[in-house]
Design a protein around this ligand. Structure first.
Ligand code: ADP
Ligand code: MG
Length: 724
């Protein structure tokens, strides 16, 4: 079968006996066969080696590389491989060997096994050994360098990358080997088409690289030339992934800008200052308020208060700066400049118990100040209105208890604020209890009461007529929390109304009376004439005639009095003395008074001036008053007449009796024609009195208390000019 068995034998012998170590390695990296020389070189027996893998012999740092190379051999990209590498001797010493590797293929060029040839180079010259060592050191430096290192030749072709660079770029060394660097980084950058071009870059620069995954990687790169035999042989690119660093730097920059913008765009103003050489120097100041005050940061930064503000303002602010710098928390102040009022609060910042700086934040309070002033003024105005109005104002809570009342309320009702505080108002007469309840029920329903007329009690027990306006008071939410009331004293108005009503009646009665009087007096005159004629013929009936005549005279008298009422202008006036008039009235009524057991007393001042009047009518006036007084006290009494000056232009004549008095409800009816309480009364006396007083431009008031008596005051003007 074998043509040259001796030949075969001799090849086996060569394999076995050559001084070069030789071995066959399986495609998976197991020892298959090795010669004696190889066992000698590595110090292991054949048996020992057969149980291990080839890579266990190789210095660990190089394993990966050798494996890669084996892959390339397998793939056919590399025909063979030769290098000086370190292997591990059994005695753990490193051995430099010339390592050659190629692949055995069958006829179909299918790979069968690796063939390895090993020759020890350590026995080479000392220098060569040192060289190999330094090469190892240099390789180790590159292999283990945490920075990515790429080696390229003079044409910019990639010669190698270290593991760090593989990691950074995401490609393996094989994928990169022999590629042109400018194809990898920044396509079409012609500068990268040669080592010299690359070296023209700045010392440190940035390269952008797109990973297969599409991610952009930013590299901080430094170029180092490779010089061999004084000639440029290539370039090292030493690179660091600075993507994250750049990102961090960018986000820091954005954050800083954002902070700066925030400070600038805030509506208020933020400032910082430090004390340097005894001066407060501003180290920060920005915000919209600063610009509104007419400044820019550059006006403030690095400057002291006196550089910035007018002297008075600078000294004012300085006192607050001192306090804050001395560690006082919550120092606050207000300042006004160019029409803007702003509020500042200062906060000292300490580090290790040492004052570092003070931060101030300022807000514009101009508008708030303006509103405060406006509010205060409005409040003052309202208070002044409330306290100066003549209407009584009260504010009550939901339980109708007094919260406050105004001065007019005190005056009208007589109770002071202190007396009423927190009490219900005691101004309701018992018989108006229902009205009070109804009123507050309405208010509680949210209704308003306007211009309601009623009567109320004063502290002195007197009833007064009032007009009442009441409203519920609501809070911001719209809930009723109390009531406000305005009460107007309309007693006087009521009296005037009463008077008007009365005088209306009077004038009607007057007109009626005038017509009647005229119509009655004419026939009365003729009746009287005929009676006198008849008197002569019927002498024995004289008694009857006397009665008839006196009755006729009385009718005539009464009727003529009606004329006074109807036509006051018909009265003739002249200067007279009131005292004399009253004296003659008393003389006239004295007899009757004695009969009634009544004493008439006249008192008068010595200096009563004369007045312009109708003597006859004034006599009638006082006769009426005194007669009424006498009729009011059937037995034992005193009627006192007092004449006195009232002010500088009036005389008062007071008629005072201690008779039965007049009940309240009747008082207002006095003076109405035909109002009488007497069986034989006419109810005209007082009406005439009012008319006469009115004709004299005077006034008459009646006060009375049942069981005690009545006082009637007649006020007459001491009028000196023409009387019309
Ligand atoms: P007459 O006297 O005819 O009744 P007057 O007009 O004079 O009419 O008086 C009206 C009413 O006024 C009287 O009926 C009486 O009730 C009351 N009056 C007037 N003066 C007094 C008085 N001094 N004291 C008590 N009642 C009086
Ligand atoms: Mg009378």
């Amino acid at each position: 079968m074998n043509k040259h068995p001796e030949m075969e034998l001799s090849f086996d012998a060569i394999f076995e006996f050559t001084t070069m170590g030789m071995a066959l390695i399986s495609l998976e990296g197991h020892w298959l066969k090795m010669n004696r020389s190889l066992c000698d070189i590595v110090g292991y027996s054949e048996r020992e080696l057969l149980t291990t893998q080839m890579k266990s012999l190789i210095e660990p740092n190089q394993v990966r590389r050798i494996e890669r190379i084996m892959k390339n051999l397998l793939g056919g990209e590399l025909p063979s491989y030769q290098e000086t590498i370190s292997i591990l001797h059994k005695n753990l010493s490193l051995l430099s060997v010339d390592w050659r590797m190629s692949i055995i293929r069958d006829a179909d060029s299918r790979p069968q096994a690796f063939i390895v040839q090993v020759k020890v180079v350590s026995q080479q010259s000392d220098m060569a050994r040192k060289l190999a060592e330094s090469e190892q050191r240099y390789k180790s430096l590159i292999e283990h360098n945490p920075a990515g290192i790429l080696t390229c030749d003079i044409h910019g072709r990639i010669q190698g990358v270290n593991p760090a660079m593989e990691r950074i770029l995401g490609y393996s060394e094989e994928e990169l080997l022999s590629q042109f660097i400018h194809h990898i980084f920044l396509q079409n950058n012609t500068r990268y088409e040669s080592a010299a071009g690359i070296l023209m870059q700045n010392d440190n620069y940035m390269l952008v690289f797109q990973q297969e995954s599409g991610e952009r990687i930013e590299l901080g790169v430094k170029n180092v030339p490779i010089i061999v035999n004084d000639k440029l042989d290539g370039v090292y690119l030493i690179a660091k992934d600075i993507t994250q660093f750049n990102r961090d730097r960018e986000s820091l920059r954005v954050a800083q800008q954002d902070l700066h913008d925030t400070v600038r765009r805030q509506q208020g103003m933020t400032l910082k200052f430090r004390k340097i050489n005894g001066n407060f120097i501003h180290t920060l100041c920005d915000g919209e308020l600063l610009y509104r005050l007419g400044f820019k940061p550059s006006h403030i930064l690095g400057n002291t208060l006196h550089d910035i503000w007018p002297a008075f303002l600078a000294s004012y602010i300085e006192t607050y700066y001192h306090r804050a710098w001395n560690g006082e928390e919550n120092v606050m102040f207000e300042a006004t400049f160019r029409g803007i009022t702003y509020f500042t609060s200062l906060r000292p910042i300490m580090e290790n118990e040492r004052m570092v700086e003070v931060i101030g934040s300022c807000v514009d309070i101009t508008e708030r100040k303006r509103m405060e002033t406006e509010l205060r003024e409005t409040k003052e105005l309202l208070e002044s209105v409330i306290n100066n109005t003549t209407d009584a104002i009260c504010v009550l809570d939901l339980n109708e208890r007094v919260i406050s009342i105004n001065a007019a309320h005190e005056q009208i009702f007589g109770w002071s604020q202190a007396e009423l505080a927190d009490r219900t108002l005691p101004i309701y007469p018992d018989y108006l209890e229902k009205e009070r309840k109804d009123m507050y029920n309405e208010l509680r329903l949210g209704k308003q009461i306007t211009g309601m007329e009623s009567v109320r009690l004063r502290k002195d027990g007197q009833l007064i007529h009032v007009s009442i306006t009441k409203t519920p008071i609501r809070n911001e939410k719209g809930d009723i929390f109390g009531f406000a009331g305005i009460t107007r004293d309309i007693t006087e108005r009521k009296q005037t109304e009463e008077l008007l009503r009365k005088s209306d009646k009077l004038s009607v009665a007057g007109q009626l009376a005038a017509g009647l009087a005229h119509e009655i007096r004419n026939p009365l005159t003729s009746l009287r004439g005929f009676l006198q004629l008849l008197q002569h013929d019927l002498k024995d009936k004289k008694h009857y005639f006397d009665i008839m005549l006196s009755e006729l005279d009385r009718i005539n008298f009464i009727v003529s009095e009606f004329l006074v009422i109807a036509k006051p202008e018909a009265i003739t006036y002249k200067k007279s003395d009131l005292v004399t008039i009253l004296q003659s009235v008393i003389a006239l009524l004295d007899t009757q008074a004695v009969l009634c057991n009544v004493q008439l007393v006249l008192e008068f001042q010595s200096d009563i001036p004369e007045i312009t009047c109708s003597e006859m009518h004034l006599k009638q006036l006082f006769i009426n008053l005194i007669k009424n007084a006498m009729e009011a006290m059937p037995k034992d009494g005193q009627i006192k007449l007092v004449i006195s000056l009232h002010g500088n232009d009036q005389i008062r004549v007071r008629t005072q009796d201690n008779g039965c008095g007049i009940p309240e409800e009747r008082l207002k009816r006095l003076g109405e024609p035909f109002y009488t309480t007497k069986e034989k009364g006419t109810g005209l006396g007082l009406m005439m009195c009012f008319k006469i007083v009115e004709a004299h431009k005077g006034t008459m008031t009646i006060q009375s208390q049942v069981g005690y008596g009545t006082t009637i005051d007649v006020f007459l003007p001491t009028y000196t000019g023409e009387h019309n």
